[in-house]
Design a protein around this ligand. Structure first.
Ligand SMILES: NC(=O)c1ccc[n+]([C@@H]2O[C@H](COP(=O)([O-])OP(=O)(O)OC[C@H]3O[C@@H](n4cnc5c(N)ncnc54)[C@H](OP(=O)(O)O)[C@@H]3O)[C@@H](O)[C@H]2O)c1
Length: 300
């Protein structure tokens, strides 16, 4: 029986995907809240599936390292890894390592988790990153909202919570867009570097009914992302639901035709990343700087 690893399976897109993946194999549920993980496990097992909870705060690199070791020691035949956990808070905060929480949760954590697990995964395993089109300053919905795309200076600067000047007025958006830009660029670089495994990314669409932005103290931002954007054009052209995203994501994770280096849209069709992310030298710079930053840590 196949196994799948999923981060952030306790709400929204991740929850719906965990239930969908459980129809195809054992699901390793990676999340920060043990009680929530148990609930998801119980839902899956009541429906006849099998799930294994692994507690991990993806923003804390020590926790990431422990979780990846725990998963490797399970010795399961992993067919797919979904890096889904993500946040979009309005207010900045710091992680255990003193790094920007949004950048650590959305980029550094999944990057480190993937690099620790990848050498142990079977040939041909699919690794998928949940990205966001908010990274692209030319994307129509983002433009209308006054978003300015990723504001990358360097990995070090992002870890300090610093973004290139001239960004979005809405709080928390530059951190979110930059972190998503970095993980998307990394996914495309990994696909070029490692031909043994398959690395892809997905933009799930403007997905209502999730908790994204729930950490935000800004009720307007919550409302905007939760409901409004999914209902009115042109945003509704890109809208989705957790159940629909789960189907698209599961199809990509189950694919056995060797697709790699593809950025999928909310319907599972290939889409273009921003001009910057399509630049191979930018992808390689993000990966090199992220590795240098992570190498400053020693794991206990
Ligand atoms: N919703 C959209 O419109 C949209 C659009 C583009 C991209 N995305 C991306 O889709 C992904 C899923 O988002 P969603 O909309 O489904 O949001 P969500 O309902 O808030 O789900 C986020 C998941 O990530 C987990 N998580 C957050 N921080 C974590 C941490 N430090 N360690 C471990 N797990 C953590 C959450 O766990 P808890 O339950 O413990 O909080 C939850 O399971 C994210 O990467 C998001 O950026 C969403």
């Amino acid at each position: 029986m196949k196994a799948f690893i999923i981060t952030g399976p306790t709400s929204g897109i991740g929850y719906a995907t965990a239930l969908e993946l459980a129809k195809h194999g054992v699901v390793i549920l990676v999340g920060r809240n043990p009680d929530k993980l148990k609930k998801v496990q119980s839902t899956i097992e009541t429906a006849g599936g099998k799930a294994i909870p692994v507690v991990c705060d993806i923003a804390d690199m020590t926790s990431v390292s422990k979780a990846s070791q725990q998963i490797i020691s399970l010795g399961l035949p992993v067919a797919g890894l979904l890096n889904n956990a993500g946040i979009m808070p309005a207010k900045p905060s710091k992680t255990a390592q003193g790094w920007d929480n949004t950048f650590a949760t959305n980029h550094l954590g999944p990057f480190a988790f993937t690099e620790q697990l990848a050498p142990q995964l079977p040939d041909g395993a699919n690794i998928l990153f949940v990205a966001s089109a908010i990274e692209d300053p030319d994307r129509r919905p983002a433009k209308i909202m006054g978003m300015k795309g990723g504001r990358y200076i360097s990995a070090q600067a992002s870890a300090r919570g610093e973004w290139m000047a001239g960004g979005a007025k809405m709080p928390g958006i530059d951190a979110y867009a930059t972190s998503k830009q970095c993980i998307l660029a990394s996914a495309l670089a990994f696909a070029r570097e490692d031909r043994r495994l398959h690395y892809n990314a997905v933009e799930p669409g403007i997905t209502r009914g999730t908790n994204l932005g729930g950490e935000s103290t800004n009720a307007f931002v919550r409302f905007l992302f939760g409901h409004l954007m999914a209902a009115i054009p042109p945003f509704s052209n890109y809208s989705s639901t957790p159940a629909r995203s789960a189907k698209v994501i599961t199809r990509i994770l189950m694919d056995d035709t060797g697709k790699t280096g593809i950025y999928f849209d909310e319907k599972g069709r290939p889409m273009d990343a921003s001009q910057l992310v399509r630049d191979i030298s930018f992808q390689d710079r993000v990966v090199a700087e992220t590795r240098t930053l992570l190498s400053t840590l020693t794991y206990g």
